[in-house]
Design a protein. Structure first.
Length: 94
């Protein structure tokens, strides 16, 4: 699943939340753990999750660059059940 493009400046510290509620309720499951894959040019200051959402806070990057971050969730009912989403972050000027 690809999420729409998001924009920030290198000095911003913005939260990015992916909501898996619809899918998880459909399969009667919840998030057990989350693994974010973040490019080295970006810094994740913190990460968290709830029963149905995963959130990361990002800062950094180089002006004019586009970065893809991935979020992989593992569910409580089955360690083999995963879903990955991607976010494209475009870094704009300060």
């Amino acid at each position: 699943m690809i999420i729409t493009d998001l924009h920030q400046t290198p000095s911003d510290l913005l939260d990015y939340t992916l909501d898996y509620t619809s899918w998880l309720q459909l399969i009667s499951d919840t998030i057990a753990s989350v693994v974010w894959t973040i490019p080295a040019a970006l810094t994740a200051s913190s990460q968290s999750n709830t029963t149905y959402t995963a959130t990361t806070y990002l800062t950094g990057g180089t002006r004019g660059q586009v970065y893809r971050i991935d979020c992989k969730i593992l569910t409580a009912a089955s360690p083999a059940r995963t879903k990955t989403a991607s976010i494209t972050v475009k870094i704009e000027g300060d």
